[in-house]
Design a protein around this ligand. Structure first.
Ligand code: FES
Ligand SMILES: [Fe+2]
Length: 423
């Protein structure tokens, strides 16, 4: 176990039970029903508790997370390459809100709520909208204008109203200053992050500062998507985050992965140096079935990065896994307490993608196997925690990074849980 993790865990074990942190923690949960004798067996002496199972199962907690996490934090929605040219756009469904994201005349990425300032019509059809009865006009027209299909109010690609047909300024009406409701946009490493409450957005740099530091030698901005796999997983998004954050499960769940990284089997992954990157077996350098690849390593990696694998979870919804010659990233879309859609993308250097014999399947097939194992076990957790006797789980010491999600969620919705319970 690396020093940082040892010290962190010891601090929790030695002081956790009586710390202010835990006082706050239990305070948030006093609205929970009193534990029966059977439920008390959920408490395991010496181990830190997870969030209560109800937080993974019930709509009321999902709604609080939606409002106080997904509507307020920077959420990853994709890559800049998905809207490469001026006027390109995508309509996104973000936690039930329809968002129009585009590239403006200056080549900047902009995003707006997909709703007209006149009487609120949805401007662009969303991917799942049924236009089979009648396809309406409007939307992004000529890659220059955003036109509402109802009365043809017209906005430029910065979301400013430029034309409202038949309305005269003589009535005092002024199009200037009328804008589509904005959504915050930030980018890092080619990833696009949006914030749905931009006037209260947290500092974006805080969101990505660890990843920016740890991955500074990886050419993330230059990489391109060569393969995407979308999964629908019947598990709460926090179950998926907790699973991503630990390798205690790797021995039992991921035999193929452990053949590439035997250290995952040792001590439940407790001795891994996550900061430096996890080591492959002798002769392996990347995450493929063979442990090798003919693709070149990213130029600029240090010696460790050429033979080790790094991972990072950027809360609340993106997992990053970095090999020496490809990057796998996951965008989580929490749809309900028990359902999460996951887009898994594999990134490679354009230099490799352009080769005639380029084939990403050595990495993609490997990840697909690992992914299916992860999703299957997460679904088992979701099923298991709904048992009437299960009030909450516990974290083993090598899972201590999981405590991060407990704090992350607790800090953001904990105060509202109390308010909510009283209302
Ligand atoms: S609702 Fe959009 S122009 Fe009337
Ligand atoms: Fe896993």
């Amino acid at each position: 176990m690396n020093r940082v993790r040892v010290n962190r865990w010891r601090a929790l074990v030695e002081h956790g039970a009586n710390s202010g942190h835990n006082t706050t923690f239990s305070m948030y949960f006093k609205s929970q029903p009193p534990m029966t004798t059977a439920l008390q067996s959920n408490v395991v002496s010496g181990l830190e508790p997870t969030l209560p199972s109800s937080w993974y199962l019930q709509d009321r907690y999902y709604e609080l997370e939606r409002e106080h996490i997904f509507m307020r934090e920077w959420v990853c929605v994709g890559r800049e390459e998905e809207i490469p040219a001026k006027g390109d756009h995508k309509v996104l469904d973000l936690y039930g809100e329809s968002i129009l994201m585009l590239r403006n005349d200056m080549g900047e990425i902009k995003a707006f709520y997909n709703v007209c300032r006149h009487r609120g019509a949805r401007i662009c059809p969303a991917p799942n909208d049924d236009d089979s009865v009648l396809a309406l006009k409007g939307g992004i027209v000529g890659k220059r204008s955003i036109i509402c299909p109802y009365h043809a109010w017209t906005y430029n690609l910065d979301g400013q109203l430029t034309k409202a047909p038949h309305l005269s300024t003589e009535t005092g009406f002024k199009p200037e200053g009328i804008n589509l409701h904005p959504v915050g946009v930030a980018t890092w490493g080619g990833f696009i992050f949006l914030n749905l409450t931009p006037d209260q957005a947290p500092d974006f740099e805080e969101t990505i500062k660890v990843a920016r530091r740890r991955f500074e030698r990886y050419p993330l901005t230059d990489l391109r998507i060569a393969k995407t796999i979308t999964y629908e997983v019947n598990a709460n998004w926090k179950v998926l985050c907790e699973n991503y954050n630990e390798c205690y499960h790797c021995g039992p769940v991921h035999p193929e992965l452990c053949r590439i990284v035997p250290a995952f089997r040792e001590a439940g992954g407790a001795d891994l140096d996550w900061e430096r990157g996890v080591p492959h077996r002798e002769g392996a350098t990347t995450f493929t079935f063979s442990g090798e690849s003919t693709r070149r390593s990213f130029p600029g990696l240090n010696e460790d990065e050429q033979v080790r694998h790094k991972g990072e979870l950027i809360y609340p919804n993106v997992f990053l896994s970095l090999a020496r010659e490809h990057v796998t990233f996951y965008i989580l879309h929490a749809k309900s307490p028990g359902k999460t859609i996951i887009d898994c993308h594999l990134l490679f250097e354009p230099f490799e993608i352009e080769k005639e014999d380029f084939d990403p399947s050595d990495a993609a097939d490997f990840w697909h196997v690992v992914n299916l194992q992860d999703w299957a076990i997460c679904q088992r957790v979701q099923q298991g925690i709904s048992a009437r006797v299960h009030e909450r789980g516990v974290y083993a010491p090598m899972e201590d990074w999981n405590l991060d999600i407990r704090r992350y969620v607790q800090d953001r919705i904990g105060p509202h849980v109390e308010t909510h319970a009283k209302s």
